[in-house]
Design a protein. Sequence first.
Length: 116
Amino acid sequence: MKIDLPPLSTESYEGGVLVETVYHYTVEEYVPLLIAYVKAWAGEILAATDWQTIKAFETGVAIDPEVASARAAVRLVSNFIEGNALAATTPEELGAIPWAELLSEYDTTLDPLDPS
């Protein structure tokens, strides 16, 4: 992925107990960073099968249902994270969005099938 997402916060522990959380960004500063990161992630995945979408449009032949479903899931995850990020009003709410877990559930390389 071309965009690096800096951490929203760092935590300090003593004896296994959280003693401090330092937020490095305000919500207003971090939301655009998170959205850009997620959109880049989605774009990277979708790019692998864009040719199938174009072919389906140009020829009228339906796109493979598995590919269409996977593409829809990527857009759904991306839109879900963006919506939650835009709705966050505190750093804690922003930090509670499970974006890393959601993104890691998807392989960044959808099987593009052979275009030949």
